[in-house]
Design a protein around this ligand. Structure first.
Ligand code: NI
Length: 163
């Protein structure tokens, strides 16, 4: 089922999302719906607050298969990289953001099992961007120089990497 994506500055995007106590069938269904919504957008990542659910669930797919993570937390970071980001909640806005080049994330998977995900490159940026959403941060908060924020016509220049 497709979910409605909220737009910045909807206040839910500034709230700290609540931890999920148990991965219930409802949470598994939310993950499926979020993956469907992300693919349709199209985007490479989505966090539950972006679909008006203030809970700690994210999904990502950079082309190697979709994953859903519950209560994700970054346990280690390494290196630096800068990637031009966009966000499905801020259509037409893009800017370079410096983040860790490699991250290790611990979480629960869709089946409730504990997982450890090691990511680098675009996937590392996506995971950091989505986990930021759970803390009430949006990517423009991380832009070093506001002059680097670009406003593009989202309809004319659809960006592939929307998170
Ligand atoms: Ni985003």
């Amino acid at each position: 089922m497709m979910l409605k994506i909220v737009r910045y500055p909807n206040p839910i995007l500034r709230k700290k999302a609540k931890a999920v106590k148990r991965v219930t069938p409802e949470i598994a269904k939310l993950i499926d719906d979020m993956i469907e919504t992300m693919h349709a957008a199209p985007g490479v990542g989505l966090a539950a607050p972006q679909v008006a659910k203030s809970i700690r669930v994210i999904v990502a797919d950079v082309g190697s298969g979709a994953i859903g993570l519950v209560n994700p937390r970054i346990v280690s970071k390494e290196g630096k990289q800068t990637i031009v980001e966009g966000c499905l909640c801020l259509p037409g806005v893009e800017a370079p953001v410096e983040r860790a080049a490699k991250v290790v994330v611990k979480a629960l998977a869709r089946d409730g099992e504990a997982v450890v995900v090691t990511a680098e490159g675009l996937m590392a940026t996506v995971l950091q961007h989505e986990i930021d959403h759970l803390e009430g941060h949006v990517f423009i908060d991380r832009v070093k120089d506001p002059a680097l924020i670009k406003f593009v016509d989202a309809k004319k220049e659809p960006k592939e990497e929307l998170l």
